[in-house]
Design a protein around this ligand. Structure first.
Ligand code: PLP
Ligand code: COI
Length: 366
């Protein structure tokens, strides 16, 4: 049910100056700066989706008994708006993000935001904040973070009757400070991110909270990221904290790509799904199946696995160079970015940035 006919626009009374915005856009980092406005839509069981607006970015007022603060109904999405060579702005697979937000909402017993409202919140925000989209020709983009949480006050444990959907935006460069330099990963056997029947396939805030201790452990071990394994046997690779994983077997035109199958406890990444298609377009064989840490180690040592990379909206495609676990460590090939990894990266970013043909109709001009 939606009672939204239009978004009320409340422009910022004192928006960021051109000079300050230019300074920010010169070195945005990741998730450090936010644009002048945010989009907001309210939900109640009684009224459905209503009170849609774009208003100045700023703090929220929340009842201390708001159910999200106690029982954690909070989900989010991540996508980017890319400046195109003609100066326009486009998003990549926006409908897939709308659909995944709805899937996450169902798993967390929250209301689904209709796709047209999801898309409209983005177009409305960018009407006011389009100058925050970084220039074409580089690696930067405007990262969009739609999210939704329960606002009803009360301590009874049940799905809330009131929610708020918000969209904020943040100019973003590389997620990893070293750019496309290979990252090192820690295999987590002590902690588990998600179990069968749990919330692992939803973009649910609690999954990220549950990952922080293992991520800190990875950092203590001198690694950039944690790799999650299956909850039962603790031996099959699932994904990383905010990225899916691909393994390249062989090389050249005989290269074959393997990615862990959607087990129900890992996030169905939109980048992962897109790369499965682009790899086939490029003539590579692809497999979605279980892959164990034993297979990863032994086939890297035998030279069968030649490249490994992580992929996601924030991370784009980032090579994995070194793998460490309680049992020791090993390097993938020479520890440098591989050919297949970089070729797929060029194709994906070329489509997103409007320099390669969008043959799958993935881009939406805003
Ligand atoms: N896995 C997790 C846990 C994530 O948070 C993300 C990021 O969104 C991904 C995978 C990659 O998903 P996508 O390619 O849709 O950004
Ligand atoms: C994204 O890639 O959009 C994510 O949500 C990952 C997060 C770790 C930044």
């Amino acid at each position: 049910m939606t009672g939204v006919t239009e978004f009320v626009r409340v422009p910022h009374p004192a928006p960021t100056s051109d000079e300050v915005r230019r300074e920010i856009l010169a070195a945005p980092g990741f998730g450090r700066y936010f644009t002048d406005h945010m989009a907001s839509i309210t939900y109640s069981t009684e009224l459905g989706w209503h009170d849609a607006k774009v208003e100045p970015y700023g703090p929220l007022q929340l009842d201390p008994a708001a159910m999200v603060l106690h029982y954690g109904q909070a989900i989010f999405e991540g996508l980017k708006a890319y400046r195109q060579p003609d100066g326009g702005i486009s998003t990549f697979r926006i409908e897939a993000n709308a659909e995944r937000l709805a899937t996450s909402a169902r798993r967390l017993a929250m209301p689904e935001l209709p796709e047209e409202l999801f898309v409209k919140s983005i177009t409305e925000l960018l009407e006011l904040d389009h100058e925050w989209v970084p220039a074409a020709g580089g690696e930067d983009a405007l990262y969009l973070r739609p999210f939704m949480f329960s606002t009803e006050a009360g301590l009874g444990v049940r799905p809330a009757d009131e929610y708020r959907y918000l969209l904020i935006a943040s100019p973003a460069g590389a997620y990893f400070p070293r750019g496309v330099k290979p990252v090192s990963v820690w295999l987590s056997t002590e902690y588990v991110r998600a179990a069968p029947g749990g919330t692992g396939a939803a973009k649910f805030a609690g999954n990220y909270a549950a990952s922080l201790l293992a991520q800190a452990q990875a950092a203590d071990e001198g690694c950039d990221q944690v790799v999650w394994l299956d909850a039962i046997e603790r031996s099959y690779v699932e994904e990383m904290g905010g990225m899916n994983l691909f393994f390249v077997f062989g090389s050249g035109s005989d290269a074959r790509l393997v990615t862990p199958s959607l087990s129900g406890s890992l996030l169905p990444g939109i980048t992962r799904n897109s790369l499965l298609t682009l790899a086939i377009d490029a003539g590579f064989a692809v497999e979605e199946r279980r892959i164990s840490t034993d297979e990863w180690r032994t086939k890297t040592k035998s030279g069968e696995i030649t490249e490994v990379f992580a992929c996601g909206t924030a991370a784009v495609i980032t090579p994995v160079g070194r793998v460490k676990s309680a049992e020791g460590e090993f390097t993938i090939a020479d520890g440098e970015p591989g050919e297949v990894t970089m070729a797929l990266r060029d194709t994906l970013t070329g489509i997103q940035r409007g320099t390669f043909a969008d043959t799958h109709g993935w881009m939406t001009k805003l």
